[in-house]
Design a protein around this ligand. Structure first.
Ligand code: AMP
Ligand code: MG
Length: 436
């Protein structure tokens, strides 16, 4: 292929590839989003309490607000208190409670000044007079949530980097943060290449096959919380490829499948280089997936003369902001769907996780192998497997095009390079994909 970078044609191991990819610096993009649109994103900035929580001394029960000083001692007769008013949730009483007085109070209501306890209604008996109640001994201060007990004004209530789920959304709402500064979803373009490919809905001729990779990549990327721009299929013609790859480079990342190896019509890596993409990996000791490419390109900005309408048609998605500089991370995936799947999960996911402001999470599981496996060859092998609890059943490997088997797998059993034969009952590592 005539690549200038030294050592590029050498096969590297999976571990080495991961080291290279993890060493690449990425800059997530922060954006301000309305609270509900931040679901599933990570905070770029901490959220603080706007006041004390609870903001006032709050009754936990329906009952009577009292002065603890009026409560009889343990073993003494019940004390009679005069009921002088009522305060419900949403009301505010500023009349101080005098000694010997009580105020009816509802859950969530603020204690009147002077009160420092609440006797639950179940613990109160009618007093000798109609406006009196009888209360017994007890520490009724326990029935009060004190102002600031949960958090003080100015305190961090959500940390930068935290993932926004339902509970975090409730906290933001509680402290009045209607707009959250979050790390934006990476915008990732996907492209399939191959003269033999047709889209769903297009009846294939006997020699044609349907494009399954883009649907798969869409799913894998949505699982990563990326925004996906589907660039469709390009034929194996350099001019077409050049033009659509240039479109692809206008995104934070580009996942392109097919045309990555050494065949007569495998033009993709060379054209990527022509477009300024620095290829860092071109071949990998991985099975399935050997013709894998990773590179960093200059992120093309959409030239101002391109009108929005035209771009929207190309990309079928909102255009990225004009003038945003940076890199486009390019993953060149093997055309075979299972290979493309494994390479995306193993390599693209981890970089995209960082691009989304998050940590790299590898869903490893430990399991017990349920059948003997032969020695592995020189490439790290990801074998689709079914899991039942700890039990791992390797599936019948029919090769890197066998999507049917992959679709029945809950994980990928990892066999290291040149691993010896392994017997049933031995522990194995699984890259977990899905619950059954
Ligand atoms: P390639 O990497 O281009 O040599 O393709 C390897 C194999 O994967 C060939 O059998 C292709 O037909 C198949 N293939 C390539 N792209 C796709 C795709 N998008 N969907 C399904 N199969 C594909
Ligand atoms: Mg091809």
């Amino acid at each position: 292929m005539g690549m200038e970078t030294p050592g590029l044609d050498s096969l590297i191991g999976v571990g080495q590839a991961i080291e290279l990819i993890d060493a690449v610096s990425v800059t997530p993009r922060s954006t301000l989003k309305p609270l509900r649109q931040a679901l599933g994103l990570r905070l770029a900035e901490a959220v603080m309490a706007d006041r004390d929580y609870p903001p006032f001394d709050k009754s936990q029960m329906d009952g009577y607000a009292v002065r603890q000083a009026d409560v009889p001692a343990e073993g003494s007769a019940p004390a009679a208190l005069k009921v002088v008013g009522e305060v419900a949730a949403g009301q505010w009483s500023d009349r101080p409670l005098e000694p010997g007085q009580a105020v009816a109070i509802m859950t969530g209501a603020p204690l009147p000044p002077g009160a420092d306890g609440v006797v639950p209604i179940e613990q109160v008996r009618p007093g000798p007079a109609a406006d009196q109640i009888l209360i017994s001994s007890g520490d009724w201060r326990r029935m009060v949530s004190w102002r600031g007990a949960d958090g003080k004004k100015g305190q961090t209530v959500l940390q930068a980097g935290q993932l926004i789920g339902p509970a975090q959304m409730a906290v933001a709402a509680m402290v009045g943060t209607g707009m959250l500064r979050v790390w934006d979803r990476p915008r990732v373009a996907i492209l399939s290449t191959g003269d033999e490919l047709v889209e769903i809905g297009h009846p294939p001729s006997p020699w044609q096959i349907r494009n399954s990779n883009n649907s798969m990549l869409y799913g894998l990327l949505r699982q990563m919380n990326a925004d996906v721009v589907d660039l469709g299929i390009s034929p194996d013609r350099p001019d077409d490829l050049r033009s659509v790859l240039r479109d692809g480079l206008m995104h934070d990342a580009l996942l392109v499948s097919g045309g990555m190896s050494m065949g007569k019509y495998d033009f993709v890596p060379k054209i990527l280089q022509e477009l300024g993409v620095r290829l860092m990996i071109t071949k990998l000791r991985i099975k399935p997936g050997k013709p894998f490419v990773f590179g960093i390109g200059p992120r093309g900005d959409i030239p101002p003369e391109v009108d929005e309408q035209a771009y929207a048609e190309i990309a079928r998605a909102p255009r990225p902001p004009l003038g945003s500089a940076g890199s486009c991370y390019v993953f060149g995936l093997p055309g075979n769907p299972v290979s493309a799947f494994v390479c995306t999960v193993r390599f693209a996911w981890r970089l995209l996780a960082r691009l989304g402001g998050g940590p790299v999470i590898e869903p490893w599981r430990d399991g017990i192998l349920q059948q003997d496996l032969p020695a592995n060859g020189p490439r790290e092998f990801y074998l689709p497997a079914r899991m039942e609890g700890e039990k791992v059943y390797p599936l019948n490997w029919r090769g890197s095009a066998d999507l049917f088997t992959l679709a029945g797998a809950q994980g990928l059993l990892v066999r290291p390079e040149n691993a010896p034969a392994i017997a049933a009952g031995q522990p194995v590592r699984i890259l977990h994909l899905a619950e059954s």
